[in-house]
Design a binder for this molecule. Structure first.
Ligand code: FAD
Ligand code: UDP
Length: 374
């Protein structure tokens, strides 16, 4: 018998399990995958830590979260500065003075602001969807070249049918700052995310290749309480309907050259290129390869966004009105399951970044274990 059965060894499950153990509780972690770490799993191939479920860059403004997670890993000083490739034209991201200079030839912040102001006039009143939001943030030219195609590939929907908040994640700056994130703390764990999760799970029993939902009765019998970080609708056997996700397919390639694109991320923002972006994994880490000489090979992943159907890996919750409503119905069912905590990106059907997952699980642990975690 265990005090807790934690379903999922991703960030949420691993932190919950760690805190449970630290508070003297017994805990068993199960994961249906053959490896720990959920979507932040990395695998070392050719000396390169490959982000198997998509590129992950840790960033946060939350000092409590930063202080917590750095107990389990040291972080390097990686700064995310993706490049946008629109039909061979390269633009700097996020939208900043380099982007505006390349797009319009403007040189000063005043000129850039005036250009955006002139273009955003076409949107009257509060933006009603992603297209209107994007145009009102950066104008039509940038929307057409750097947002429309990428967003429609990523979400498989017209920008007029998408909620505006998705695009509000992207900073717009009248400075020459290429840092994608407005975060005080940013980096990649030295030694990999997988190692960081292994540190969290140190001394905790983990059963891999174990699907909770397929062995529910047997596993439930082992513990007083369950922490479930899988998809909430799957827990209830999709009885109210299926929550929608976007999925991603990764096509990995090892290349016999030291440097493919000179940057960790290049976004392909036109509609025609089938992939959304190419990740070159070696550039997430410093020290061994800054000149491209130490490692003769490089590993890239092309990312193809795809519609999700039951059985596929769910990645991005589609938080549109229909799905938010359906989630609220599942949430009522979840609240009635008194011995189950639903957490994480899938358990709460939220577009959580890693730092938000950490904040959420720490809040939950403080309630569960009655005390502040610092
Ligand atoms: P997960 O990591 O998904 O873990 C859930 C675990 O539960 C999985 O291991 C799964 O196998 C297991 N599980 C599910 N169902 C069952 C079952 N029935 N039985 C047993 N086990 C089960 N965040 C950032 O901060 N920065 C980024 O750059 C970033 N990039 C991202 C890129 C992509 C492509 C995606 C999809 C997400 C990205 N995120 C990023 C978000 C980040 O991945 C999540 O916030 C975080 O990994 C969520 O952790 P989690 O524990 O909630 O879920
Ligand atoms: N986006 C875009 N062009 C880009 C990068 C992002 O239009 O080159 C839009 C796209 O709609 C995306 C949103 O900005 O969904 C948020 O981007 P972010 O990189 O934060 O998405 P993530 O992959 O981290 O969820």
């Amino acid at each position: 018998m265990y005090d807790y059965l934690v379903v999922g060894s991703g960030l949420y499950g691993a932190i919950f399990a760690h805190e449970a153990k630290a508070h003297g509780k017994s805990v068993l972690v199960v994961d249906k995958r053959p490896n720990i770490a959920g979507n932040i799993y990395t695998e070392n191939i050719e000396g390169i830590n490959v982000h198997k479920y998509g590129a992950h860059i840790f960033h946060t403004n939350n000092k409590k979260v930063w202080n917590y997670i750095t107990q389990f890993a040291e972080f390097n000083r990686f700064t995310n500065s993706p490049v946008a490739n629109y039909k061979g034209e390269l633009y700097s991201l996020p939208f900043n003075m380099y982007t505006f200079n390349k797009m319009w030839g403007v040189v000063t912040p005043e000129e850039a602001a005036a250009k955006i102001e002139e273009q955003r006039k076409e949107i009257i009143g509060e933006p009603q969807n992603l297209e209107e939001q994007a145009i009102s943030l950066v104008g039509r030219d940038i929307y057409e070249k750097l947002i429309k195609g990428y967003t429609e590939k990523q979400w498989g929907r017209d920008c007029k049918e998408l909620p505006s908040f998705i695009i509000k994640r992207l900073p717009v700056r009248l400075t020459f700052d290429n840092n994608y994130f407005n975060a005080l703390y940013q980096g990649i764990p030295v030694g990999s995310y997988t190692k960081m999760i292994a540190n969290l799970l140190d001394g905790i029993e983990v059963r891999l290749n174990t699907d909770y939902l397929e062995n529910k009765a047997e596993l439930d019998a082992l513990a007083d309480k369950v922490v479930y970080t899988g998809p909430i609708d799957a827990y209830f056997d999709y009885k109210l309907g299926t929550l929608e996700y976007r999925s991603v397919r990764f096509e990995m390639e090892t290349l016999d050259k030291p440097n493919f694109q000179g940057n960790a991320a290049v976004n392909y923002t036109d509609r025609e290129t089938p992939w959304t972006r190419i990740i070159e994994h070696k550039w997430f880490e410093f020290g061994k390869d800054e000149n491209g000489n130490d490692l003769p090979k490089t590993i890239i992943s092309r990312e193809y966004s795809s519609e999700w159907k039951p059985g596929d890996e769910p990645y991005y919750p589609v938080n549109d009105a229909k799905n938010v409503l359906l989630y609220s119905e599942y949430k009522k069912l979840a609240d009635a399951e008194h011995n189950v905590i639903f957490g994480g990106r899938l358990g709460e059907y939220k577009y959580y970044d890693m730092d938000q997952v950490i904040a959420a699980v720490l809040d939950k642990c403080e309630i569960e274990f009655a005390g502040a975690i610092v």
